[in-house]
Design a binder for this molecule. Sequence first.
Ligand code: SF4
Length: 465
Amino acid sequence: MDVREMHDGWDWTECSGYVVAAGGIRKNLNCYRPFQETEFLSLISALQEFRADAIAISVVSGNIREATLITRRIKEAMPLPVIWGGHGPTLEPDRCIKEADLICIHEGEQVIVDVAERIDSKSDFDGIPGTWVRNTDNTIRQYPPRPLLKLDDIAFPNWSPEDNLFINGDSVIRNYYPTNLEQNYIITTQRGCPFSCSFCIESRYQEDFGKKGSLRRRSPQLVIDELLWAKDNLPIKRVLFYDDVFTVNPRWLKEFLPLYKEQVGLPFWCYTYPTTHNPEMLSWLKDAGCDAITMGIQSGSPRILKEYFNRPTLTDRMITAGQEIVDSGIYGEFDLIFRHPFETEEDLKETFDFLCKFPQKMKAIWFAEMTYFPNHFFTNEATQKARENILAFGEPYQVSETLYAYYYRLFRLTRMKFPKARIMSLANDPRFRENPELLDEHMKYPEDKLAEAIERKKNNPSMTY
Ligand code: SF4
């Protein structure tokens, strides 16, 4: 099915992520309803009321187009400098500086302080390290990068409802804690990652900063202080640690987790990596309140993991790591990424074989297709390979749509509570390979089980079905 058909009346961002959800249905993750005139007017009116001196927009690769629209509308209405920071301008500065007056490359917490001081002293933005500035004649000045920040020097993010408002259609909601966060508080305790997966922003940043210095972590007590503020001031009931790999430093965790249990005591979710946890660490996490954890697997094909993803983790270890999570009693999910020009049917088959061995109790809300972010090593290589595939097979991928549809369903089957013999008999039936949709009637979730799962999800928002 053409993905656009599923999103009639909606738009979707650049670098949109596609996932394959239950039943093998392909969905776009990054849809939004196109901005309405009333929303622009509400935004301008709120900024005028706030009497802003400058507007700063957080821009990622996927929302440069939307940030451009908003920036142009703001500039039509208000003669204020518009500043962009985030992954977007860091990865595509040439594109972004055409719209913003100043862009921040890499970390921006000190840049914004420098900008505020310049505004206070009525000076221009010349010479602020880590920025590009566009002059009124559209010439560009580029300033040298600044060193990475010490994370303990950065202020806590301001989620105070009285300082936030939400514009949606005709409504402007004040005193607002983002509803998409539900009752969760999102926090990071570190920046950087010890790994360098080829498709990930971390590998791109390691090219700029080197690997060693880029992994930094906040002091345990400062993280606790932020969480205590959040607990006292926001309607939160759980914590989501968005660290790339929360389980990376046992010594830090050993200090942090008892403090967390004693002073914060909320259930929490975090990410792990197959080689960074062990049963003992999982027992500390569970004891401190961890009730859900997600582990990156990404592929069951050793060839893809090693040669293309730069994740040379042994598949046996991934299976053991999954079993350790199941045995710990923490609810476990995993991530998988596929559909890219390097993949062959043999790789999909190896992933299916892997999933048959991977603990069934490890769940996946969906399986993700590869997203290609600009100026990444993987994107450049995949683009080249796609060209070669087109010359060789007439298509960018080496696997046909029908075969992808078939393997989507096989992957899903491995997560259903079916006996292995039933999964294998379905997988070995040649009719389904030719007509994957025939598998659908074998994959229905019984109504009573679905009701049970919905109930479970209500009681634990981080869980999937
Ligand atoms: S482990 Fe995760 S965060 Fe780290 S480089 Fe790989 S994908 Fe990125």
